[in-house]
Design a protein around this ligand. Structure first.
Ligand SMILES: Cc1cc2nc3c(=O)[nH]c(=O)nc-3n(C[C@H](O)[C@H](O)[C@H](O)COP(=O)(O)OP(=O)(O)OC[C@H]3O[C@@H](n4cnc5c(N)ncnc54)[C@H](O)[C@@H]3O)c2cc1C
Length: 313
């Protein structure tokens, strides 16, 4: 394994699986972008902790979940990508608490909660991807976000030390988590409230049908492209408080803008889509062009919510 050797990794020291030159971009929600030099799928937490301890601190390390919020650039990702799979996807229920591995799908957590009548976690059903990604992004929908239902998280530091984390220590804000980048979340404890099962399931269904009518969920997309500007940013620009990112995109001609195979969805103007044969550069150029137009014409800085990783070609 040339890539592993170059990175100083002896793959036989670990139980997890290593694969070289993996076309991960094609597996992302956008279905475009390059390959990663080395993909590591750990066997369990001890395996991962050992790997992190021995992985050279000057070699590049990236953590990925379901890639529902990520553009993998066309030139690919150098170094090692850690992706938590099945061994980290366990979900256990205790009273009104749900313990979920960071590789569990958000939708599975919401379904497990509904099954036993734990209310408050339904919003997770509308958020593609994994618990690890949801912690990092403080993902949210329909008026709720991860920090509202989080009672604790488990993580490993970049050096492999176990870190039990309380929500107060995580500085979670709108689509932001202050835990240092490089930390790998391995699990979370969510807490909801005991409710009638039928009522929780009804709300799940409601969210499903709302998503189908308002979001391009069957397209190649990555969710909201830009974070909504804060009230302070809008006020400074003399724009009405509450103006959403999609309204700013619309106001600068975003509905008709297409770069290569990338455009904004007609269904939701803050959702960028790969309309066919977009490259990762098309997507990123489209986002950057919209940021420029909104800054020039409206005086507000839009910020990417979608993460972009790797190298441009
Ligand atoms: C159709 C669609 C609808 C969406 N709707 C919403 C929505 O309503 N609300 C919302 O908030 N988001 C939404 N998203 C975006 C996305 O679903 C969320 O951001 C989700 O939390 C991403 O999870 P992921 O596992 O795919 O993360 P990835 O895209 O793989 O990674 C995102 C970030 O999380 C980090 N990360 C992933 N796993 C770990 C881990 N174990 N430890 C540490 N860091 C980690 C990555 O390094 C990266 O920085 C939507 C996306 C799509 C495609």
């Amino acid at each position: 394994m040339i890539a592993a050797e170059k990175l100083g990794v002896n793959i036989y020291d670990f139980d997890g699986e290593f694969t070289e030159n993996v076309p991960l971009g094609q597996k992302s929600w956008f279905r475009c972008g390059g390959s990663v030099d080395l993909l590591y799928e750990p066997d369990d937490m001890n395996d991962l902790a050992r790997f992190l301890k021995y992985y050279p601190s000057d070699s590049q390390l990236t953590v990925l979940g379901g890639m529902a919020n990520t553009i993998i650039r066309d030139g690919g990702v150098r170094g090692c990508v850690v992706q938590l799979g099945k061994p980290f996807a366990e979900i256990n229920v205790q009273g009104t608490k749900i313990m979920a591995g960071a590789g569990a799908l958000n939708g599975s957590v919401a379904a497990a909660a509904a099954k036993v009548g734990i209310g408050g976690l339904e919003f997770l059903s509308g958020i593609p991807g994994t618990v690890g990604g949801a912690l990092r992004m403080n993902a949210g929908a329909y008026g709720a976000e991860v920090k509202d239902v989080l009672s604790g998280a488990m993580a490993l530091s970049r050096q492999g030390a176990f870190l039990p984390l309380l929500p107060d220590e995580m500085d979670m804000r709108y689509r932001y988590c202050g835990v240092p980048e490089g930390t790998v979340f391995v699990g979370a404890i969510f807490e909801g409230k005991a409710e009638d099962k039928g009522e929780v399931k009804r709300r799940l269904k409601e969210i499903k049908s709302k998503r189908q009518t308002t979001q391009p969920i069957s397209e190649k997309t990555g969710g909201s492209t830009f974070a909504n500007p804060s009230d302070a940013e809008l006020e400074m620009a003399g724009l009405p408080v509450g103006t959403k990112a999609w309204q700013l995109v619309e106001s600068v001609g975003g509905r008709d803008l297409q770069i290569g195979g990338a455009r904004m969805s007609d269904k939701h103007l803050n959702f960028m889509i790969n309309a066919g044969d977009a490259t990762a550069s098309d997507l990123e150029d489209l986002g950057d062009e919209l940021i420029k137009r909104v800054q020039d014409e409206k005086g507000v800085a839009l910020h990417w919510e979608i993460r972009r990783i790797g190298e441009r070609l």
